[in-house]
Structures are given as C-alpha cells and as structure tokens.
Design a binder for this molecule. Structure first.
Ligand SMILES: *[C@@H]1O[C@H](CO)[C@@H](O)[C@H](O)[C@H]1NC(C)=O
Ligand SMILES: *[C@@H]1O[C@H](CO)[C@@H](O)[C@H](O)[C@H]1NC(C)=O
Length: 991
C-alpha cells in the first residue's frame, strides 16, 4: 500500500514536469522515440542510421528534418535498404509535428496499424514499394494529407476509399499494385477535386469508369492499367485538359475513343494497349505533344494519321496487332528522337519512312507481317543505336544497304519472306558483334557467303534458306561457337561441306538440302554432340556414309537423293530414318530390305536391276505408310490393345489429332500415341502424366500428357515429370489465376516453340485433340539439378565443383537467351533447381515453361496478376507488386547459385520460420562468418575459392531491390570471369 502511494506520487511528479517543461522534454522525447525507432530497423545491413545516437542532436540524424523549434517535422528514409517488421506507428505518431513520413523503397513488413490516425499533421504518407501487408486503416483523421503513396505493397482487403472523401487537400493518391479485393471503381475519388496524380493500376478494380471522372480537372496523371475495367472510355474524360499521362492498358475497354479526345493536347503518354477498342485514330492527330503512344492488341482500323510525323516528341509508337491500313506517316522520325516503332501484324502498305533514325536514337524497328513495299531506307544503315530490325513477311525489295550488316548493336536481323536481292551480306558483317539471329530466308539474295561472317561471333541462328546463294560454305564458319541452327537449304551452294563445321560445337540443326554440294560427308561431323537434325538431301554428295554418324542422337537424318555409295551403317538403318537414304543408287544394306545387300562384287547390270527393285519397293513403302496412317485407328481397334491409358485416349477422343511440329520430326505421332501406356509412365501430376518413350530407332523422348478438362491447381511441374526420378520437390505456390488468358499448355507451347538454344529443353511437337494434348520433348537422362544436389537415390550428391560451375553457366546462358535472345523477352517465372535438367553430359537445360510469359514488345516491364513461382525462389517484389520483370528470374537464379555453392535446399527447417536460403546466406555473411562455413563441405579444398567467387555473384543476383540485380547477360560475363582453372589453351582459343 505504502509503496503504491509513493509510486503515484512519482507519476504525478513526472506528469507535472512533463507539463511544465513540455518544450524541453518534447525534444528529448523525440530523441528517445527516434532511438527506439532505430531498434525496429536493426536487422538492416545499412549504416544510414549510424548517426542516430544519443551523443548527437536528433535534428542532426540522417533523414530527420526539424523546424526552427527543433521539433521533428519529417522522417525521410526512402531508398535506404531498411529492413523491418511491424513498424511502431504508435511511436512514430507520438511525434506531434510530423508532416512527412517517407519510407518508400525499403523492405518493411507487417501491418500499418490504426495508430497512423494519430499522425494528424501528416501531409505526406509515403510507404510505397515495401512489403507492408494487411488492411489499410481508416485515414479520415489525417485531414492535412496531400499525398498518399502506398503502391507496390502487399495490402489486402478493400482500400478505405470512403475515409478519403473529406481529404480535399489530397493531390496524390497512389495505391495501385496491391492485391486488394476486387471492387468497383471508387466513386469517392471523384470528390477529390485537387487530385493531380491518381495511380490505381493493378489493384483489382472492376466495372466501368464512371462519368464524373471529368470533374477531376486538375489530373495530370491517370493510371488505371491492369484491372478488369470494361465498357467505353467515358466521354467526359475529354475534360481532363491537364492530363499528360493516361494509362488504360490491360483492361477490357471497348468502343471508340470518345469524340473530343483530341482536346487532351497536353497528353504526352497514352497507352490503351490490350483492350478491345476500335474505330480509327483520327482523334489522336491533334495530340502533338505525344511522346509515347501504345495501342497494340486492339481492333483499331483505318489509316495512321499523317500528322504523327510532325510530333516533335514522339519516341515510342507501338500499334501492333490491329487492323490498320495505308502508309506510315512519311515524316516519322524526322523531328523527334524516335526510338521504337512496332506496327507488326496490320495491313499497312507503302514504303518505310526514310528518316526513322534521323536523330540516331532508334533501337527497334518492327514492321513484321504487313504489305510494305520499296527498299530499306539508306538512313537505317548508319543507325548504330539499332538493336532489332524485323521486316519479315512484307513485299520489300531492292538491295539491302551494306552498312546494315555491320551495325554494332544490332542483335536481330529479320528480313525473311520479302523480295530482297543482291549479295547476301557484305564484309561489314565482321562488325556485327551483337548479332545473334540472322533470318534472311525466302528472298532473292545471291552471291557467296562472305568469310567475314565468322567474326560475328554472337550468331546463334543463321537462316538463309530459299535464296540464290552460290559458292562454297566458307570454312571460317567453324569459328561461330554459339551457332545453334544453320539453314542453307534450297540455294545453289557448291563445293564440299567444310571439315571446320565440326568446330561449331553448339550446332543442333544443320540443313544443307537442295543445293549442289559435292564431296564426302566429313567424318568430323560426328563430333557435333548437340546435333539433332541433319539434312543433306538433294545434293551431289558422294562417298560412304561415315560410321561415326551413328554416335549422334539424331531425330532427323536425311541423306536422300545424293550419290552416296557403300553400306548404310547398321545403326542408322532403322525405320525412323526411312526414306532418309532413298535415291542413292549405290547404297547397300545388309539389314534394310529396300537396298541391295552389300556384297563385294556387284555387276552393273545387277545394280540397275536393283535400282528398279528399289524404286518399286519405295513406292510400295510409301503407299503402305500413308494407308497405315489412314487406317491406323481401325488397326488399333483390331489390335484389341488391353492397355488402359491408350484406350482412354482412343475412346475419349475423336480420332482427330492436330500435330504441330517445331523441329524436324523423324517419328510419326502414332508412334508417340501408342507409347502412352502405363508401363512408360515416369511421373504424375494434376494436369497430366509424363511418359518416357523409346522410339524404334532408339531415340528417347519425354511426353507430357495434359488433360485439358482437368483444372486441378496442384499440378506437378513439367520438369519434375520430364526427368525419371520423382523425389520430393518444393511445391509450386498456389497459383492465383485472376485473369490468365493462356493455359499452361499454351504458355509452354508459345514460349518453347520459338526457342532454340542448347541450354533450353527442346520441344519437338505438340499433338492435341479436343480432350487432351501431348507435348513431346527430348528426354533428359540425368534428371534435374535438384535430384543431383538434394536427391536421395543412386548417383545423387557429390557433384564436383567443376561440374556445378558448368551447370551454373549453362543455365545462365539459357536464361540469358530467354531474356535477351528472343524476339520478345520470355520470362520463365519458375526458375529453380528442379527445372534445370541435365543431359547425359550434364549439360544444363532450362525446362518447364508452364508459367512462362512473353513480355510486351515495347520492352516495358509487363505486369501480371498471377503470382507464380515456388517458395524459396520467389523474388521479394512478388510480395508487394505483381509487376514482374526479368529481374525476378535473376533473383530465382541467384537462389539456384546459392544451392550450388552451399549444397543446401532453398527452404530448410534450420533457417527458421519464413526464412530461406537467401536469408541464411545473408545472415552468415553479415556475421562475417568465414566463407568456408557457407560453402558446401563436399567441395574440394582447392575449389572453395572458386565457389566463393560464385557466391558473390549469387548475392548480387538476390539483391532485394530488383534494379540492383545484374541482367542475365552480365551474370554470364561475371561467371565466365569466375571460371575455375581456365587453362592457357582455353584462353587463347576462346579469346
Ligand atoms: C550537428 O552536426 C554538425 C556537424 O556535422 C556539428 O557541427 C553540430 O555541432 C551538430 N549539432 C548538434 C546539436 O549536435
Ligand atoms: C465527411 O464530412 C461529412 C460532413 O461533415 C460527414 O458527414 C462525413 O461523415 C465525413 N466523412 C468521413 C469519412 O469522415
């Protein structure tokens, strides 16, 4: 009792002091508040708060602003690498005079608590781009608020728009990129007459934009992209005279642009891509300040207004996939720093405007699939900024200005399917150091392939087929180490196949058919271990078929219609290559009944006799082949196959299978379909099963069978199924499919069918019917990297560092190709060790494109409403924004590198709740542990330094802030520099 009274006195005493010396104590209070606040950031690795110590005046603390009375009015700690959980808003809002709270671009977690309502003097609340979660509390008491930035977090529930209705000073409301519950467009917003900035993209808005939006006449920026809004764009939007940016893309707007839209003359950026808008573009001709105009994937028709050519600021014009007609404005690029034009897939005609690159800024010219005529303007030949030139499928003609071939930054030239003529390439090609793809097929090019092509060392695809090229294949071509595909069929090429071709160690497809090639098949071709398809048919090749070819794993071999002689090597003479040897009158075979048996003495009369016999046998065989395909279902019924799965396929489906092949096939779909039976099953999943199929020629394939009707979410991923073992795998995160338009099947086919790279798994074909689909891949003998690192079965574990490094580099190159080598960047979105498959030589292949996404052609970051990926590998930005870029793949790849270096799994109980391998590595590094304790103990002593180098790269890749992560291109370079024991020979040859 006594004690209690005394305690009361003490309290009273403190209270009196507090009142009496309020001015002084307020300052020391604020010091203590800030010092306590510092504690909640203590897991940050930054030293920005080092100045926050009691020996300093708190007004001297970094990020603190005081007024003349030494009262704190602002906390400004944005972009500081702060990490914190459950920010103490009760504490912060005890700072009575706080006007600005700016903590954006950090890694702050947890809820924004109700205490925020005590920050009544707050004018700026900026918590954007963090990982805050939970519901946003009522904000109605913050009557002085001018700016709210809560975008790019993980807020859920319904945003309290109602509580904002009296906050009439509000000029910035930015709450997009949060996974809120779906709601209608908030009408309360229309009362905020002082709004200048309204960012509501990607926050689950539905319904129509209400009339009344036109009353927000102060709006400069209106962003409503990536929602489920529909209906017409309301006509009173034309009252927003101050608008300089309008973003409406990725919704379902329809109808025409409202009449009077052309009055929005301050618009500099307008994007309404990926909607269902129609009508013509004439309203836009008065928008002379436009700098970025994107309307791709709509239904616009009519002509592109000539006035666009006069827009002095135009830099990006992306109108692909519409129904536009007529010519491009003649003056495009004349006035402006034009940098991107994509008008592919329209019905445009006329010639290419002459001044596209007049100001030297143009990077991408994409005019694919239109009706353009005339020549390539000479101006483009000096356009050293150009990275992509795609003019395929038009009616362009004339000579290609020779400077085009040597542009230093160009990585994709696509002139296919036009009427270009003149010599193919020029010696300038030696300067094309960035060139990866050269597509010139189906034109009228002539002349010889210049030997300088060997200096364009980034080339991975050359397609010059269907032209009039003559001369020999230059032997220097062997220097193209990245070359994956070489298509030279249907030309007039003569001479022999150069021996040096065997130095193109990445080559997987070689097609030299329909030329006048002579000489023998070089024995050395058999050293092309990646070679998968070899077509030398219809030439004048002579000599014997080298036995060594049988060491290749070819899915297509065609040597027909040549002058080959001697025995067909037995291992090649199988049904799969049926027809591949035909029309070589001097071939013989001891096993193939279509050829005369090999005997040492054959008379010439006998040989002609055999020729006749051969011809009739061939014709007979062709008849049999076609009729067997035709009657195959009847046959199969008669076979009375008692196998369950194949019966399923045949009874559930009409016998109509649509086959799309992406590579040359040397097997029939029937051979595949017949192999879909239980004994070949190697994996199960919600969406279907995976089978290992061995063709009659010995080729192994993996076939994924997807039931289209099954919408089970828990599907196992493809690569888990492609490899034979089925060890436990990290489960894919539940996929929220709010707005996916493409099924897993379509994603996979869409992404993989156009991709050709040694480090990406090959999709041979898809075979689909109404009910189900089959995806046919190459089979990966050594399973996945996950199996090798963490699996338990035989042959697991104990990967030497050199091998791990090779796998890391291979996977990096595969991803680099996806991000930078394709027409439009492909995001994998589920990079993990179980999706990195290993062939028999432990070469890495990226697999499972079930979640892949092709990025919009404007190169801007795409966004998606699907949370994709696997726990432990998901980049932190997924938590607060659904906007995902290549950098999210880089993060996941960083996790894979950490697995390789540490030998640990991405999630282990030891890391603690909600923690992962990245956290484990970071915390060890922060404790300045010896790197040796982080590196896998099974890595040999002399390689630990090498592993530590790769760990450093892994840490860069897994930076929390996406912008700080390197691109995959840089990752490949860094890895190459970290390569273990580069021998002198390697350096000199590889250099
Ligand atoms: C604030 O810092 C400056 C120099 O950094 C120093 O001169 C000054 O004395 C400090 N003020 C207080 C009150 O600590
Ligand atoms: C806004 O002000 C009106 C009138 O004073 C009042 O009725 C209403 O409740 C207020 N709204 C909020 C959310 O405080």
């Amino acid at each position: 009792m006594h004690l209690l009274i005394r305690f009361d006195h003490v309290l009273l005493f403190f209270f009196l002091c507090f009142v009496q010396f309020r001015f002084l104590t307020a300052q020391s209070d604020e010091l203590h508040i800030l010092l306590r606040l510092k504690i909640s950031f203590q897991s940050s690795s930054t030293d920005v708060l080092d100045s926050w110590s009691s020996s300093q005046s708190h007004c001297n603390f970094t990020g603190i602003v005081c007024d003349s009375n030494q009262s704190v009015i602002a906390i400004e700690l944005d972009h500081q690498g702060l990490v914190g959980k459950s920010l103490p808003f009760d504490l912060i809002c005890q700072i009575q005079s706080l006007q600005r709270l700016k903590l954006s671009f950090n890694s702050l977690h947890g809820p924004v608590t109700e205490h925020i309502q005590y920050c009544t003097k707050l004018q700026l609340l900026d918590l954007a781009k963090n990982s805050f979660s939970g519901q946003v509390p009522d904000l109605s008491s913050l009557t002085e608020l001018q700016s709210i930035h809560l975008d790019g977090n993980g807020f859920t529930g319904v945003f309290p728009f109602k509580s904002l209705e009296n906050l009439t000073s509000l000029s910035v409301l930015s709450v997009g990129d949060n996974p809120f519950e779906p709601t209608l467009f908030p009408s309360e917003v229309l009362k905020l007459r002082n709004l200048y900035w309204l960012y509501l993209s990607n926050c689950s808005l539905g319904g129509r934009i209400p009339m009344g939006i036109g009353s927000l006449t102060g709006l400069g920026n209106l962003e409503l992209a990536d929602n489920a809004l529909f209906g017409e764009i309301p006509s009173d939007i034309v009252k927003l005279k101050n608008l300089w940016q309008l973003e409406l893309y990725d919704n379902d707007f329809s109808g025409k642009l409202p009449i009077g839209f052309g009055n929005l003359t301050n618009l500099s950026s307008f994007d309404a891509s990926n909607n269902s808008l129609g009508g013509d573009l004439s309203e836009l001709k008065s928008l002379t300040r436009l700098s970025v105009l994107q309307l791709f994937e709509n239904r616009f028709s009519g002509e592109i207004p000539e006035e666009f050519g006069e827009f002095k600021n135009l830099t990006v014009l992306s109108l692909y996939t519409n129904d536009l007609t007529g010519p491009l404005p003649r003056k495009l690029g004349f006035w402006s720093n034009f940098s991107l034009i994509d008008v592919s897939e329209n019905r445009l005609s006329g010639s290419i405007p002459p001044d596209l690159c007049k100001n030297g800024k143009m990077t991408r010219v994409l005019l694919i699939q239109n009706q353009f005529t005339g020549e390539i303007p000479p101006n483009l030949a000096n356009c050293s900024s150009l990275t992509r030139l795609r003019l395929s499928n038009n009616s362009l003609s004339g000579l290609v200005p020779s400077g085009i071939w040597g542009l230093p930054n160009l990585n994709f030239i696509d002139l296919a399917m036009n009427r270009f003529q003149g010599s193919i390439l020029s010696p300038d090609i030696a300067n094309a150091k960035s060139l990866a793809q050269l597509r010139l097929q189906s034109n009228r090019f002539s002349g010889e392939i210049p030997p300088e092509i060997s200096k364009a060392t980034s080339l991975n695809l050359i397609d010059m087929s269907f032209n009039f090229i003559s001369g020999e294949i230059p032997p220097q071509i062997g220097e193209l180490k990245q070359l994956d595909s070489l298509y030279l069929q249907s030309n007039n090429i003569s001479g022999a196949i150069p021996d040096s071709l065997s130095s193109c160690s990445s080559l997987t497809v070689l097609d030299l058919s329909k030329n006048s090639i002579t000489g023998e098949i070089p024995n050395s071709l058999s050293s092309l271990s990646a070679l998968n398809s070899l077509n030398l048919s219809t030439n004048q090749i002579s000599g014997q078929i080298p036995d060594s070819l049988s060491s290749l794993r070819l899915s297509l071999l065609n040597l027909s219609n040549n002058q080959l002689s001697g025995p067909i090597p037995d291992s090649l003479s199988t049904a799969a290559n049926f027809g591949g040897f035909a029309m070589n009158p001097n071939l013989c075979s001891s096993t193939n009944p279509n050829f005369p048996p090999c005997s040492s003495s054959r008379s010439t009369t006998k040989s002609t006799h055999f020729r006749a016999l051969l011809f009739s046998l061939l014709s007979f065989a062709i008849v049999v082949l076609f009729s067997s395909l035709y009657y195959i279902f009847i046959k199969n019924k008669n076979n009375n196959n008692n196998n369950n799965s194949i019966n399923n396929i045949q009874t559930l489906n009409p016998p109509i299978w649509d086959v799309k092949s992406f590579r040359r096939l040397a097997f029939s779909e029937r051979e595949i379909i017949n192999s879909i039976k239980d004994e070949n099953l190697i994996g199960h999943g919600g969406s279907g099963n995976v089978y290992r199929v061995v063709l009659s020629n010995g080729t192994e394939l993996a076939v994924k069978h997807i039931w289209k009707s099954n919408s089970n979410n828990n599907s196992k991923t493809t690569s888990a199924m492609l490899s034979s073992s089925s060890n436990e795998q990290p489960p894919p995160l539940a996929r929220r499919r709010w707005k996916t338009r493409r099924s897993e099947f379509e994603a996979e086919v869409g992404a993989l069918s156009t991709i050709s790279h040694v480090n990406v798994v090959k999709l041979y074909c898809s075979i689909s019917s109404e009910e189900s689909s089959l995806l046919v891949y190459e089979y990966m003998r050594n399973g996945s990297l996950w199996d090798r690192l963490h699996g338990e079965g035989e042959g697991k574990g104990g990967l030497a560092w050199e091998k791990r490094f090779e796998i890391a580099l291979g996977a990096a190159k595969g991803l680099e190709y996806l991000h930078h080598g394709c027409d439009r960047p492909v995001l994998h979105r589920d990079v993990k060790s179980s999706n990195i498959l290993l062939d028999e030589g432990f070469k890495a292949r990226i697999a499972d494109f079930g979640l892949a996404k092709i990025v919009r052609s404007d190169g801007l970051p795409d966004s998606t409403l699907v949370v994709a990926g696997t726990l432990g590998y998901i980049a932190p930005e997924y938590a607060y924004t659904l906007k995902v870029t290549e950098k999210s793949d880089v993060y996941s790849y960083g996790v894979v590198l950490m697995e390789l270096v540490t030998g640990r799994r991405p999630i282990e109980p030891e890391y603690g709740e909600a923690m992962d391998l990245v956290y484990w590595v970071y915390s060890r590094m922060a404790r300045k542990d010896n790197v040796d304790e982080i590196v896998d103990s099974t890595i040999s002593e002399c390689r630990r330094e090498d592993a530590a180098k790769v760990l450093r790269i892994a840490i860069l890749c897994s930076a929390r802030v996406p912008a700080l992560r390197p691109s995959m291109r840089t990752v490949v370079q860094m890895l190459e520099e970290a390569e273990p024991c580069r021998s002198v020979i390697n350096v000199t040859i590889g250099g």
